[in-house]
Design a protein around this ligand. Structure first.
Ligand SMILES: Cc1cc2nc3c(=O)[nH]c(=O)nc-3n(C[C@H](O)[C@H](O)[C@H](O)COP(=O)(O)OP(=O)(O)OC[C@H]3O[C@@H](n4cnc5c(N)ncnc54)[C@H](O)[C@@H]3O)c2cc1C
Length: 402
């Protein structure tokens, strides 16, 4: 194997390159990226970088020396347009054709804009990359009234960041509760209270929203029959679209993302996929999280090098909103949940545990309690049977259940 081509230069791509070199791959690594940046992570975009507490250099996955040591051959900014599986090469918009022995698709996802016209409006923003973040951060210097469309994780983080800067923020959510796809109603209520206590207005069931640009550059948000409300800008955080088109065009097995086995291999043995674009091999759907992108890519890179370590990680992700660090372990599975246990240790520390019929943990959300998340990872891995009384008793030291 002499040449590996990677499409994308985000979390998954960066960790794949790191792993390949660590595993002793000495051949050529070509990285194609349509962004003009070197491997960077996205979580701080909606948090410290948007609030300008941190600069864009804080996003770098690796130091300049490390990146130089990787000896990557960059094709950026350039766009991979087509994969020719039979000839084993990738076509780029620039006209280049890159042959590969192994190919990794790490194209991630992009911000979804539910109404195409919104994308053309000058003061409608999304948050996916550095450019989006810089544009919104600039706007927040002067904007005072901010509408956030979408009460999912990214929308809520942007709302929290803007609110902390003293902005008047209103959230418009299509569904009947916040983060409904990933958390239970109790957690949605917790999130709603967190934001309302900070002064944010939340409009649930906002199913008929329209946006109208005004002559003074503001944007009117019309929520059903309610009178129009005027905002200086609108941020759309309405989920992500998986960037799977290269794989679809190449007729790989594709569902909502690229179907891969536990080693990151797609339906073509020399084409791998990892990160947001790839389906989680155990869960059967795409997981959009930092840890998933990193660890699935590491497994795929090792597999390319002949070390087959199955990627079966339990999903874990976090979000920071105001003073709350919220960590989610496992997935919300109402059909399997038999018991819900809420443990409130103090005003700012609360955990929600979801147990199945064997009293084993399947999902948890911990607010400001990373120690319990570490412990819970072990409980899930070892299928530990838990006692409700111990979990919900704030005076019981959970570390005893190591
Ligand atoms: C604002 C924000 C905040 C987040 N916060 C958190 C958090 O707090 N916790 C958490 O766990 N997760 C968080 N996430 C999710 C996490 O960042 C993603 O799951 C992760 O970035 C996925 O990595 P990836 O490498 O799969 O894709 P990406 O990081 O999206 O990288 C894919 C790259 O491929 C490029 N690309 C796509 N198609 C092509 C093509 N055809 N040719 C060339 N290049 C192409 C894209 O432009 C992009 O640069 C956040 C995401 C965002 C956007």
């Amino acid at each position: 194997m002499n040449r590996i081509v990677i499409v994308g230069a985000g979390q998954a791509a960066g960790w794949a390159v790191h792993t390949l070199r660590q595993q002793g791959f000495t051949g050529e690594i070509h990285v194609v990226s349509n962004e003009d940046h070197v491997f960077y992570e996205r979580p701080p975009l909606s948090k410290q970088v948007l609030s300008q507490e941190a600069g864009i250099e804080s996003l770098n996955l690796f130091s300049t020396d490390q990146v130089n040591d990787f000896s990557v051959i960059w094709h950026k900014p350039d766009h991979a347009t087509q994969i020719d599986k039979a000839a084993k090469n990738v076509h780029l918009q620039s006209g280049k054709i890159l042959p590969y022995d192994k190919l990794l698709i790490a194209t991630g996802s992009r911000a979804r804009i539910p109404v195409p016209e919104w994308a053309k409006m000058q003061h409608v923003y999304t948050m996916r990359d550095i450019q989006d973040c810089q544009k919104l951060a600039d706007k927040l210097k002067t904007a005072q009234h901010i509408a956030v469309i979408g009460g999912g994780w990214i929308g809520l983080e942007i709302a929290a960041t803007a609110c902390k800067q003293g902005k008047n923020v209103e959230i418009f959510e299509y569904g009947s509760r916040l983060c409904a796809r990933s958390v239970s109603p109790e957690v949605s209520d917790f999130l709603k209270k967190l934001h309302e206590d900070a002064g944010t207005q939340i409009h649930l069931n906002a199913t008929a929203l329209s946006l109208v640009e005004q002559a003074d550059f503001s944007v009117n948000v019309v929520n059903g029959q309610e009178p129009a409300k005027q905002f200086d800008c609108v941020v759309v955080g309405a989920g992500a679209e998986i960037a799977k088109e290269l794989a679809t065009l190449a007729e790989l097995d594709v569902k909502d993302g690229i179907v891969v086995n536990a080693f990151g291999q797609s339906s073509d043995a020399d084409i791998y996929a990892a990160g947001d674009v790839a389906i989680h091999p155990v869960l059967g759907y795409c997981i959009q999280s930092w840890a998933n992108a990193q660890n699935q890519a590491i497994a795929a890179a090792k597999s390319m090098m002949g070390e087959h370590t199955a990627y079966e990680d339990i999903p874990w992700l976090w979000s920071d909103q105001y003073q709350s660090n919220i960590q989610i372990l496992g997935t919300y599975q109402p059909e399997k949940t038999q018991q819900i246990v809420i443990r409130k240790t103090n005003e700012t520390q609360i955990s929600f545990f979801y147990l199945d019929e064997q009293s084993q943990l399947i999902n948890m959300i911990a607010v400001n309690d990373s120690k319990v998340v570490k412990l819970a990872k072990r409980w899930i891995a070892s299928s530990k049977v838990l006692e409700v009384g111990q979990l919900q008793d704030p005076d019981f030291n959970l570390m005893k259940l190591k």
